[in-house]
Write a protein that binds this ligand. Sequence first.
Ligand code: SAH
Ligand code: SF4
Length: 408
Amino acid sequence: MQIPGLIDPVPVARDITPREDGRVDLIGLPRQRIAELFETAGLDAKAAKLRAKQVFHWLYHRGMTDIAKTMRPWLAERFVIGRPEIVLSQHSSDGTRKWLLKTADDHEYEMVFIPDADRGTLCVSSQVGCTLNCRFCHTGTMRLVRNLTPGEIVGQVMLARDALGEWPKAGQADLSALGDDLVDDDGGYSSDGRLLTNIVMMGMGEPLYNFDNVRDALKLVMDGDGLALSKRRITLSTSGVVPMMAKCGEEIGVNLAVSLHAVTKDIRDEIVPINRKYGLEELLQACADYPGASNARRITFEYVMLKDKNDSDEHARELVRLIKQYKLPAKVNLIPFNPWPGAIYECSSQERIRRFSEIVFEGGISAPVRTPRGRDIDAACGQLKTAAQKMSRAELDRLAEEKQAALG
Ligand code: SAH
Ligand code: SF4
């Protein structure tokens, strides 16, 4: 089987999805590409470069959504500024918000905003569905529909800023679009007053199987003239696509989270089947080699707590041993399992999770228990799956078999 993400390392100009009206969506294109398009539209090279810089600033710094407002008819005739279409927007009782979005070719995907006392985290999707099949993850029961484009990935961040009223000029006027929970509570956010302070690539999909698009989108998010979010505030989570990890550190440079979830081959093979392809030793070595990891920028190991599966004292001690053996600057995030209809696992008891956490802490490694957020709207980890894609148990079993056969 060809591994998605490793198909063609040669840089090629990205295809632009044609719109029926022939205009081109500027969102998701690098500045240089915008300049090229302006040149094709008739500007001389210098003017095209200047105009591209200006438009880039409008798009990503000011959050402009309507090109006609630029009062430049030649722009409006040829280009548009797209946003993913919102199918549904939901609020959890804990302040978490989830949006069901739709691509122009009618595929649904989701993003989630999680407000906390000191930060606001946007959980961004990289694919519609997932080719992998982690046994505890709802998204894993979906067929991969397709990779999201850079525009659809960065578009999630743009949309969240729209909804949170976070563009410099839109500012206060847009606050009415927020739920009361967020408006009343905005005093406690980050020092620069922003609601959206962090991004995690932990929505639907395996980001390292859509490497180029994720990289291009995150470059736009990090660009100082645009959204200007620091790489230190962005975390990419992978289930362990070992051959892409170094490239991720070198070319994107964001924080790394690894969905470890088990410390023995047998258990990881079962619950995170990519382990059969890239085993624990290889994975931990790739973590040790991850560019930019240090005690100040630790790798996060995500560990979902599954009752009687991966949650014993021995597992906790083995986790500590492995982290020490590979000398990893690491922290562990213990995630209580979020159940979903048809799931074959249960969440470990609170007492078990507490004990597991203690053992890891006693080993000198931070291991907080993550509080599940947005459970009432199915926005918690692993619950992201669109209604349109819900399948029968028989279909799910068949899919699981197909995927496992493909992983060989
Ligand atoms: N595909 C990537 C990123 C998306 S999943 C990855 O697997 O890392 C984000 C995190 O949620 C992963 O650690 C994933 O293992 C975890 N997760 C998935 N299903 C879950 C569930 N039902 N309960 C708790 N965590 C879950
Ligand atoms: Fe895919 Fe991540 Fe879910 Fe595994 S946990 S099936 S890699 S989204």
